[in-house]
Design a protein around this ligand. Sequence first.
Ligand code: ADP
Ligand code: ADP
Length: 220
Amino acid sequence: MFIVMLGVPGAGKGTQAQRLEERLGLRQVSTGDIFRENLRNQTPLGQLAKSYMDKGELVPDDVTIQMVEERLSRPDCARGAILDGFPRTLAQAAALDQMLSGKGQKVALVPLISVTDDEVMARLTGRRVCRRCQSVFHLLFNRPPPDGECPQGDKSQCDIYQRGDDQPETVRNRLFVYYKQTSPLIGYYFAHGLLAEINGAQEIDRVTSDLWDVLSRIQA
Ligand code: ADP
Ligand code: ADP
């Protein structure tokens, strides 16, 4: 089962994908996380992605699509995946459909997590991430563990940092890029009968339970 998480930057896609991962037994595939890992390891892909990420622009489609194709071809995605941050353009959505149809599979559901732009600004400026396990926290709404223990790690300490692109100016550009390049996907997936809108302006647990409800309906 392939699930595509859709929503503005900061809507809660990563937070919810991490929670669904265990429940569904499917891997979260976050293109942002893959780019950041490449950045840390100073690979050519990371160096290429950096200039786009720093400005809040999208990494070119051909590079992104190739990267996702390679990731989805690994055995841990044979049964499906929770795609978080991909696709972000209509060309990426078409490429995903093609990749999956090549394996006799297709996208099963596209939850659209809706929140207002003001909420996003508040969320992203307070967002903190663990470098080790990629867990997502918030200084007010979802605080990092006080003892520093990594929730998904192997009992080691979290290495919490603030992403460079979570500064207000970059966040505003990322929102603009979302409306320009990613929001057409709402129509695309609606037309395919796959869109399920979820109210993202609720407590994290409530959003998870609404998501679970729509997922249970398609699994039934
Ligand atoms: P957020 O979770 O806040 O939406 P991500 O971690 O998904 O942010 O993405 C961070 C950055 O990585 C994006 O601003 C963009 O530069 C790059 N990126 C991630 N996914 C894609 C994609 N599918 N296509 C192009 N660029 C991407
Ligand atoms: P996205 O992947 O869509 O960019 P994240 O999952 O990284 O979004 O969440 C962005 C920030 O908002 C994080 O700091 C996260 O802890 C926080 N957050 C996520 N969901 C909620 C929620 N329902 N209420 C309050 N804060 C939230």
